[in-house]
Ligand binder design. Structure first.
Ligand code: DGP
Length: 116
């Protein structure tokens, strides 16, 4: 199930390819999605390349909590006071296409439920 740890997101972290970065700290990076599905669509990633949520371990517990708090801070900074959605796609059936763990922050419109 393991995927290669070098993905396009590693290249964004290393500034080998450009991205519209909105937030960075020692543990994480956030940038606007290249194919936005909502007026605000931002990806939050750990700098450490965990391929997917299912491969996170107990050692990643603090990091995973950190990513959620970063997502909440970014949503606030983006003015998403009416609400927003945080999505983690995991694996093939989860719709994951980039195998570097990432949280999608979606906002700026009312979301539908259930998702497709
Ligand atoms: P997922 O399907 O959950 O693995 O989402 C991957 C997302 O990554 C998808 O919404 C498009 C986005 N994406 C893919 N390549 C790039 C890129 O080079 N730059 C940016 N900013 N986003 C990308």
């Amino acid at each position: 199930m393991s995927q290669p740890t070098e993905t396009i997101f590693s290249k964004i972290i290393n500034r080998q390819i450009p991205a519209n970065i909105v937030y960075e700290d020692d543990l994480s990076l956030a940038f606007r999605d290249i194919t936005p599905q909502a007026p605000v669509h931002i990806l939050v990633i750990p700098k450490q390349p965990i391929p997917m949520l299912a491969e996170a371990t107990a050692q990643d517990q603090a990091l995973l909590g950190h990513l959620l708090l970063v997502a909440a801070k970014i949503a606030k900074d983006e003015g998403l006071d009416r609400g927003f959605r945080v999505v983690i796609n995991n694996g093939d059936h989860g719709g994951q296409t980039v195998f570097h763990l990432h949280l999608h922050i979606l906002g700026g419109r009312a979301m539908q439920w259930p998702p497709g």
